[in-house]
Write a protein that binds this ligand. Structure first.
Ligand SMILES: [Zn+2]
Ligand SMILES: [Zn+2]
Length: 343
């Protein structure tokens, strides 16, 4: 089978490698669509995403996959060969309180495909059967792939932040996470204000449903949000940039008693807890992907509300063109880049 390897800084190779063995609790999945993610680019640039993955340069990247179950181990009962599945990226011990509730990313023995074990920029992947999440026939593989991280994550963020009809939601950052947030917040009934310094990305966000767009290079964001919200401030803000300015914008545009979701990964940020959080009595939520047991709810929501998640896939490639796919994605010339395999 073919698999992508990151062999050096900004160096990608597609290699031939044996199809992995299937253990008693595992499933072998033939991949049909696997998206690239900003976090795949950490190792591409020679840096790390998780603290312990710096030495793992030999692992195949890719953690946003879906495909068809090809083979299962003796002990797997939840899926069978031929099932169409999305794959949950986190693998835990399977026994602790977090694993049992479907939050494997909180397990002490947590590992993520594409980082601590082989990922899905390859023809096949082996994962515990429990990581296989069924997808209905009416959902495309590309759509399902986009739900395994951005879609599921932003659905969960919007639900947990209580986005609903009549609420003003500011989304900071119009990359894939932010635009996934625009789609989900609109489907929940929110009035969506997108903020980004890139006018092309603002146009894209408008095209998928954002009600208002603000470019901080041209306008004062806080002032404009106050105008739009009739002097009140936004009810909810979702920070998707991963930078300090974005995080501060999110804290500043919400009204007292507002809610802020933090999604953009960021290792340091300065803000004023008294003025920006305590004296506004804000609720801040850390939003990291989604609980595995919410998969069915996420899929139903997307189908019932016709969430156009597939529009995020602005570029598609075969795995043999991985080098170009990574280069285009790295250049910010795309929203989501997705590897696809023919039927
Ligand atoms: Zn991702
Ligand atoms: Zn565990």
């Amino acid at each position: 089978m073919k698999a992508v390897k990151i062999v050096g800084q900004e160096k990608i190779e597609v290699v031939e490698t044996p199809v992995p063995e299937v253990g008693p609790n595992d499933a072998l999945v033939r991949l049909k669509a696997t998206a690239l993610c900003r976090s795949d680019l950490y190792r591409y640039h020679g840096t790390t995403c998780f603290d312990d993955d710096s030495a793992n340069t030999n692992f195949t990247p890719g953690h946003e996959p879906c495909g068809i179950v090809e083979k299962v181990g003796d002990k797997v009962t939840n899926v069978k060969p031929g099932d169409r599945v999305g794959l949950f990226m986190f693998v835990g011990c399977g026994e602790c309180e977090y694993c049992l509730r479907g939050d494997e990313m909180l397990c002490k023995q947590f590992g993520c495909i594409g980082f601590q074990r082989d990922g899905a920029h390859a023809d096949y992947i082996v994962l515990p059967g429990a990581n296989c999440l069924k997808i209905p026939d009416e959902m495309s593989f590309v759509a399902a792939s986009l739900l395994t991280d951005v879609g599921g994550g932003l659905y969960t963020a919007c639900r947990n932040l209580d986005v609903k009809g009549g609420k003003y939601v500011v989304i900071v950052g119009a990359g894939p996470m932010g635009c996934g947030g625009v789609m989900m917040a609109k489907a929940f009934g929110g009035k969506v204000i997108i903020v980004d310094v890139d006018s092309g990305r603002l146009d894209f966000a408008r095209g998928i449903g954002a009600d208002y767009a603000i470019n901080p290079k041209e306008e004062d964001v806080e002032k404009r949000v106050l105008e739009i919200t009739h002097g009140r401030g936004a009810d909810i803000a979702i920070e998707c940039t991963g930078n300090e300015v974005g995080a501060n914008t999110a804290l500043n545009v919400v009204r007292p008693l507002g809610r802020v979701g933090i999604i953009g990964e960021n290792s340091s940020c300065t803000f004023d807890p008294s003025a920006q959080v305590i004296h506004k009595r804000l609720t801040i939520l850390g939003c990291w992907v989604f609980n595995k047991n919410d998969w069915g709810e996420i899929v139903d929501f997307v189908l019932e509300n016709n969430v156009p998640i597939e529009k995020l896939a602005t570029h598609k490639y075969g795995i043999e063109d991985a080098e170009e796919a990574y280069r285009v994605f790295d250049s910010h010339g795309a929203q989501k880049v997705v590897f696809v395999w023919d039927e």
